[in-house]
Design a protein around this ligand. Structure first.
Ligand code: SF4
Ligand code: SF4
Length: 471
């Protein structure tokens, strides 16, 4: 029985409720008065239920689809302005005991060399990432209690935060590791992680069990209830995601919104981020074997509908997607992207991009500097801001600032100051020139005169070598 407040996976992600929502969406996808009513509701910027949002996703009437895109773009502008937060993944280990059929790290893949970074190797990787200009990382590791126990992850986090190289520092470490216990989540919280990220992969239980035929990840309920345990362990900010292409996208879309509604109903705070990866080629993995793979158009529509349904939730797209595709979805709702990524264990210290231990093939292979420059050429402000979590603005505190719009008073000033740091320390001449011009013009958009003055003073100090100012 569907119950968003239940702590049982099969009740808050109720299969029958998803099917009923999809049937309702099919029945009403051409019902223009209803679609107009849903769009009016969405304009209030308070989000939409999974059922209403599913109607928008199913709608194929061209002018309504254009209205959906326009509204998504407007909501994106209202909440995130033209800022895009930058991050990079850091792969610690590709040892894994699971059997996920879509991931080359699955335990019976014998082609792939197995590797786990030592603390010294992590140090070298982090310095390489700092030298690119990164401040925010997402740690990735396979599930393996022998090779990658929680102690290894905790020690690695400590190592990463301790490295101060030139003007570099990693200021926020998000963690994407397997579902674990409340006790381990508490340890991660105490280690000072930012967001705990765990992709559901698919919300369809039967498919989930087939795609994860063995290993601890086979347990659908344990995996789906992980975010509740993370929150019980004190982690305020959690990041959801599905791997589009594993099951029917409309099912996943309803499922992920139900998961968000569940977190809001139980913990009073929805997901901090939603990631939208799509299945893509990798060693031992052929995406054409997955018949639910989605087109670029469908992908764009999913991004737009998520943006409308959960306006306060950050949305992440990785370098799995091509430059062209990323460009398209940035307009529609994406607020965070990775840049200069290597998806292999130890990849950042290799001169040549290594291919033998990658988790997935990268479509966008540009350097961070090229990505930063490209964003600015399109009018976006690349932001290396990590202020909220460091100022204790997490969980419901963060969400209430978001909902009242007050967070906007911090985001643009912080974006400009962290961009200035990047330009001073890491940018090419071309990027620096473009960035300095952008900062000057964006300063005028800071509405509060007092804040603008402070930012101007701090920008001078950053040019003089001082670092790490924040609001
Ligand atoms: S998706 Fe994660 S759990 Fe599954 S095989 Fe890959 S690394 Fe292991
Ligand atoms: S101020 Fe907070 S919400 Fe805004 S960009 Fe920085 S960390 Fe994100």
């Amino acid at each position: 029985m569907y119950d968003p407040k239940s702590l049982k996976a099969e009740e808050f992600i109720d299969h029958e409720e998803i099917l009923a929502s999809l049937a309702y969406a099919d029945e009403h996808k051409d019902d223009l008065p209803l679609i107009d009513e849903i769009l009016e509701k969405a304009k209030l910027r308070k989000g939409l239920s999974h059922r209403d949002a599913s109607v928008l996703l199913a709608c194929e009437t061209p002018e309504k689809v254009q209205e959906i895109y326009a509204l998504a773009e407007q909501i994106k502008k209202d909440f995130y302005g033209n800022r895009i937060v930058m991050f990079a993944p850091l792969y610690l280990s590709n040892y894994c005991v699971n059997g996920c059929t879509y991931c080359p790290y699955h335990a019976i893949n014998k082609h792939i060399p197995r590797k786990k970074l030592t603390q010294e190797e992590i140090r070298a990787e982090v310095i390489a990432l700092q030298d690119q200009g990164h401040k925010r990382l997402a740690l990735e590791a396979g599930e393996d209690p022998i090779h990658n126990p929680i102690e290894y992850i905790l020690e690695s986090i400590q190592t990463i935060y301790s490295i101060k190289h030139k003007n570099g520092a990693i200021r926020r470490v998000n963690v994407n590791i397997a579902a674990t216990t409340v006790e381990n989540y508490r340890k991660l919280h105490d280690a000072g992680i930012g967001t705990y990220i765990l992709f559901q992969e698919t919300y369809h239980k039967e498919s989930y069990e087939q795609l994860h035929p063995w290993g601890p990840k086979h347990d659908y309920a344990y995996h789906t209830e992980a975010m509740d345990r993370a929150m019980e362990g004190g982690i305020d900010d959690v990041g959801l995601g599905v791997l589009f292409g594993l099951d029917k996208y409309r099912y996943e879309f309803a499922g992920i919104l139900m998961h968000a509604e569940h977190l809001e109903a139980v913990h009073g705070v929805g997901p901090h981020t939603i990631s939208v990866p799509r299945i893509c080629p990798a060693d031992d993995i052929d995406p054409s074997a997955f018949s639910n793979a989605i087109s670029d158009d469908t992908f764009a529509k999913i991004v737009a509908c998520i943006r409308i349904a959960v306006p306060y939730t950050g949305m992440i797209v990785s370098t799995r997607e091509s430059q062209r595709c990323r460009e398209r979805v940035l307009h529609l709702g994406i607020s965070q992207i990775s840049g200069g990524s290597r998806t292999s264990v130890g990849g950042y210290t290799e001169e040549e991009r290594p291919e033998d231990t990658v988790q997935f093939d990268i479509s966008d292979r540009r350097s961070l500097d090229e990505v930063v420059c490209w964003l600015m050429e399109m009018g976006y402000v690349p932001s290396f801001c990590t202020a909220c979590y460091r100022e204790g603005r997490t969980g419901d505190r963060f969400m209430s600032l978001c909902k009242s719009g007050q967070i906007q008073n911090c985001c643009l000033p912080n974006a400009l100051m962290t961009l200035k740091e990047y330009l001073q320390d890491y940018a090419s001449d071309k990027t620096r020139t473009l960035g300095d011009t952008m900062i000057q013009s964006q300063l005028q958009d800071i509405p509060n005169e007092k804040v603008r003055k402070i930012v101007e003073e701090r920008l001078v100090k950053i040019a003089g070598g001082e670092r790490d100012f924040r609001f």
